[in-house]
Design a protein around this ligand. Structure first.
Ligand code: FES
Length: 137
């Protein structure tokens, strides 16, 4: 089990085309939905932060999960007012926090987070079989 604190970043600047009608951006609404839900469903060892743009604006709404010495994941195409995304994000965080090096297999991820990975980045120091060091100076 990964005992490091998991950090969830949610882009609060992502647009979903409903900003004019709903008077807030999709990313901010998703962040608000998540924070409301976590009040009654605490997740241990979790830090949540907002980020003003994660440079994946065309795939909004965007989040990332990271923790020390583990893989970092970026996910997009989140529909902010769909409560299933909020619920499944809780499951995704638990799966991520329980994996040995933060690696998330496709079949272990909640359905809504299976085909919307925008990036999987190794930690600075990684012992994963997926990473091969080729040059050092
Ligand atoms: S505004 Fe959300 S990724 Fe750019």
């Amino acid at each position: 089990m990964n005992t490091n604190k998991t950090i969830l970043s949610i882009c609060n600047r992502c647009r979903d085309g409903k900003e004019d009608d709903l008077k807030s951006r999709g990313g901010q609404r998703f962040l608000d939905n998540f924070l409301n839900k976590i009040k009654n469903n605490k997740i241990l060892n979790l830090k949540v932060r907002s980020v003003a743009c994660m440079s994946q604006c065309k795939r909004s709404c965007v989040i990332s999960l990271t923790s020390e010495n583990n893989f970092t994941y970026v996910f997009g195409d989140i529909i902010p007012d769909n409560q299933e995304f909020t619920s499944e994000l809780f499951n995704l965080i638990r799966t991520y926090s329980n994996s040995p090096n933060g690696f998330l297999r496709r079949g272990e991820r909640p359905q809504l987070f299976r085909s919307n990975i925008l990036g999987r980045l190794p930690s600075i120091v990684s012992n994963s079989d997926l990473v091969t060091y080729l040059y050092k100076s």
